[in-house]
Design a protein. Structure first.
Length: 299
């Protein structure tokens, strides 16, 4: 459970004052620029290799961020026709440090007791081959980012990743290393599921707060012009995805369809990944008996 100062969420870049470079480190071509689409400051990290250009939090490897939020939100966009790499070092309750890496450089999922490597599939804004690749596999999609890839909100469920892939219990996020080639708006940690397409009025009407679901905080949000839809402009990726079964070997945007993120005012509720179906069914019955109003909310 995150400390009180980290709730309901923590704006990582703001809290650690990344722009001052006193509590963070940078190497190579790392610059703060104004992004015309987002109409605000973003950090551009570019270079010929991950070792030559990166942004790192905290400043040294002997320090720890100590962030206990279950979910890590990364607001980013890969640079066109380039490869990127992100490293996350997390600490388990047994005080074991595990590195979680994802990149469009990786061709396949690999794992050891202390390192998980996930391929990241970069889809174009309009992907006519989505249905085909969903049936035949994603290997041909791996590689450099397309020129029209959207800004993306990537939600990593750190607790579920450690539980599913290593049977470890998550304690906290130790460090973050954003390597070339990326544009990054912000990082956030929280125990809440933020839905960027959810408005504050819909959240109040649906009483979603009791389920740990909330609208995206304003300082973390992407701009949406009046009359337009968030999901028509940006991508939302949650990993591991709800209902996924092992092995789930890559991080990617959902294809349009029942499994994709929708505009439904009540998003899919997060489920504890460590519970079996039988246990979840029993809990559901208990909820119906003890709190029928919460269960019978329109879906």
């Amino acid at each position: 459970v995150p400390a009180a100062w980290q709730r309901p969420y923590l704006n990582v870049f703001k809290h650690f004052r990344v722009e001052e470079w006193k509590r963070s480190a940078r190497e190579g071509d790392v610059a703060a620029i104004t992004d015309p689409r987002l109409k605000g400051t973003v950090y551009r990290i570019r270079g010929s290799s991950p070792a030559s250009s990166y942004l790192q939090l905290p400043r040294t490897g002997t320090q720890s961020l100590g962030l206990g939020g279950r979910y890590l939100y990364l607001l980013f966009r890969p640079l066109p026709r380039k490869h990127f790499l992100v490293h996350l070092d997390v600490t388990t309750e047994e005080n074991q440090v595990v590195r979680i890496s994802f990149s469009n450089l990786f061709k396949e999922f690999k794992s050891t007791a202390t390192w998980l490597q996930f391929p990241f599939v970069c889809r174009a804004a309009k992907d006519p081959a989505c249905d085909h690749t969903a049936r035949t596999g994603r290997r041909d999609l791996l590689g450099a980012a397309p020129t029209d890839m959207r800004w993306t909100c990537l939600v990593l469920d750190l607790r579920s990743i450690l539980s599913l892939y290593l049977s470890r219990r998550y304690s906290h996020l130790k460090s973050i290393k954003l390597c070339c080639n990326l544009l990054v708006k912000n990082l956030c940690t929280s125990d809440l599921v933020f839905d960027p397409g959810l408005t504050f009025s819909k959240a109040r009407q649906s009483d979603l707060a009791c389920h740990g679901i909330a609208p995206m905080p304003r300082e973390m949000a992407f701009p949406v012009p009046k009359g337009e839809s968030w999901h028509d402009l940006y991508d939302y990726i949650r990993f591991p995805s709800e209902g996924s079964k092992l092995p789930y070997d890559s991080i990617q945007k959902s294809c349009p369809g029942p499994a994709a993120v929708s505009e439904d005012p009540i998003p899919q509720l997060p489920q504890p990944v460590t519970l079996t179906k039988a246990v979840r069914d029993r809990l559901s019955l208990v909820h119906q008996i003890t709190s029928p109003k919460a269960v019978s909310a329109p879906r």
